[in-house]
Design a protein. Sequence first.
Length: 83
Amino acid sequence: MNKLDVKACGLALGILWGGGMAFMGLTAMVCSWAKPFVDVVAVMYVGYSATVLGSLVGAVWGFLDAFIGGALFAWIYNKFVKA
């Protein structure tokens, strides 16, 4: 089995989740169906809201959150893979 690149895994997940947070924030600003999701996530991501600025804040929080989680996942996975 191959090992995962810790930085690449963190960046990939960070970009995906950060982009998703921006998309959902902007969607909630335009459509009401995404508003409950933004309200729930805003409890954890301070400053995240259904505004342009709030979407940018959510994107930054989402990127940092998923980058750390993805890098940690890859690091732990690599510990279990035989060399």
